[in-house]
Design a protein around this ligand. Sequence first.
Ligand code: PRP
Ligand code: MN
Ligand code: MG
Length: 188
Amino acid sequence: DSWYAEEIERTIITEDEIRAKVAELGALVSADFAEGVLDSGDELLLVGVFKGAVMFMADFARALSVPVKMEFMALSSYGSSTTSSGTVRILKDIDSDVAGKHILVVEDIIDSGLTLSWLLKYLEGLHPASVSVVSMLRKPGVQRVDIPVKYVGFDIPNEFVVGYGLDYAERYRELPFVGVLKPEVYQK
Ligand code: PRP
Ligand code: MN
Ligand code: MG
């Protein structure tokens, strides 16, 4: 058994389900941007949000059939807590000029929506041609702000999940599936 077998209560999304969804999202997004949105020679600018989106960013970029450039931002709103503080800090900013570019923000999960809401305002201020969002996961009904998210992989129950980039106290990001931890893990 893997080292984490005793710590996971149940799997929410399997590795196979993730793979299929990434392919589906890649095809959908490619079609949307290929058809008259990207000018010839232009590329889609993926903005991945560290650290959580790192797994999805790597898989999703390879599922696209339009050319991309990649930028990464590091934001943190959770620290080691399991609920959002609402305070977003930029730990790492974009390196290039994004004015006039078509930006696609790549996120692992939308929970309260506060991180993304803040990020979208920030990016709009940089005068891109467009900003849209793809998120692997979303918790419906818990967003505290209204955010337009065009592409969502899975709507999941309002539980604290880990794996496929998502952490609890910086651990479990490398799990190839999305799951729920046993309660005793939080009580340690
Ligand atoms: C998590 C997650 C999203 C954000 C979603 O990031 O990866 O970025 O919280 O929460 P929200 O919708 O309530 O704002 P976190 O701040 O934990 O940093 P991390 O990606 O480095 O784990
Ligand atoms: Mn994150
Ligand atoms: Mg986190």
